[in-house]
Design a protein around this ligand. Sequence first.
Ligand SMILES: NC(=O)c1ccc[n+]([C@@H]2O[C@H](COP(=O)([O-])OP(=O)(O)OC[C@H]3O[C@@H](n4cnc5c(N)ncnc54)[C@H](OP(=O)(O)O)[C@@H]3O)[C@@H](O)[C@H]2O)c1
Length: 334
Amino acid sequence: MKIAVVGATGLVGQKMLNVLAEQKPAAEAVVLAAASPRSAGRQVNYDGGRLVVLPLDQCLATRPDIALFAAGGEVALAWTEKFAKAGTFVIDNSSTWRMHTNVPLVVPEINAHTLSSQTHIIANPNCSTIQLVMALAPLHARYRIRRVVVSTYQSVTGSGMKGVEQLLAEENGIKATGKAYPHPIHRNVLPHGGAFDETGYTTEEQKLVNETRKIMGDDQMQITATVVRVPVMGGHSEAVNVEFINDFEIAEVHRLLQQMPGVVVYDHPAEAVYPMPLYAEGKDEVFVGRIRRDFSQPNSLNMWVVSDNLRKGAATNAVQIAKRLIEQGLVKNV
Ligand SMILES: NC(=O)c1ccc[n+]([C@@H]2O[C@H](COP(=O)([O-])OP(=O)(O)OC[C@H]3O[C@@H](n4cnc5c(N)ncnc54)[C@H](OP(=O)(O)O)[C@@H]3O)[C@@H](O)[C@H]2O)c1
């Protein structure tokens, strides 16, 4: 079994190598690292050793069984189909394939049943979508969601190395080499993620709407989003307001969320216990707290959802998909 990480020098790719080393989705798997021609020949850490970074053509020539892509949309567009044609199962972290009808968009705890041996390109959802649907899915199954209003507080790690470098440079009063944002992010909050469209929404906001509907299998679900970038490193936070068709008991909401694999309820506000990105960093779970009834309208709830966008929001989810492909016997050695 050969598993390649494409974009192995980036923020998500590095986490993928960490998660692969921790979780070992297949015994004896050989892990390969690939990135741009700039990095070819460099070495990256993996499981106590070092891997030489391959250029993409050499990586493809090894015909990996699974390739975890974390190299952005352009690379996905240019290379994912070539890998898939060679028989590789591609799990792509960019938005390139997410809304294609025949491409499964997978959060394994929710819709692993959409994986099949026929579909060699699988899309990993956007980081802010993954943590949102993890908290919504068990509640939707029980009460049926009518409408969701979500406001995000997103970590600079969601913008890759450039975002982290800009914040660190500004914190230290030095000039960043490349800028991830059109304004300073240190001591600031930007209501801007991705590009604006003619309706005034951003691409990141549209992803939250469209991807949530696709994963939850409900085209009618009403969702509106405001994406905000904050000068934080450890993970994304989301203030989520949900209106259900059916009413609920708060105690049962707690129970349903506690029973959801991968979700941790962290909700003792009187003791100042609630999820925060500082403590979510490096963890795989989605943390939910501040769970309370919205008294302004019937059947409505507020909650606060936090997760490390580089772990469950990207690398962990992708490795979980790889594990499912292997466990379900869908990957036959190429
Ligand atoms: N950050 C997040 O929270 C997050 C969450 C979900 C999904 N994603 C998605 O994951 C992808 C990677 O994000 P990131 O945050 O890890 O970005 P990043 O830190 O900027 O890393 C980008 C990676 O892509 C590689 N790359 C760039 N151009 C390439 C080329 N022409 N051929 C091969 N490799 C190339 C880079 O290699 P070099 O070092 O050689 O340039 C680097 O390894 C993006 O599609 C992003 O949207 C990110």
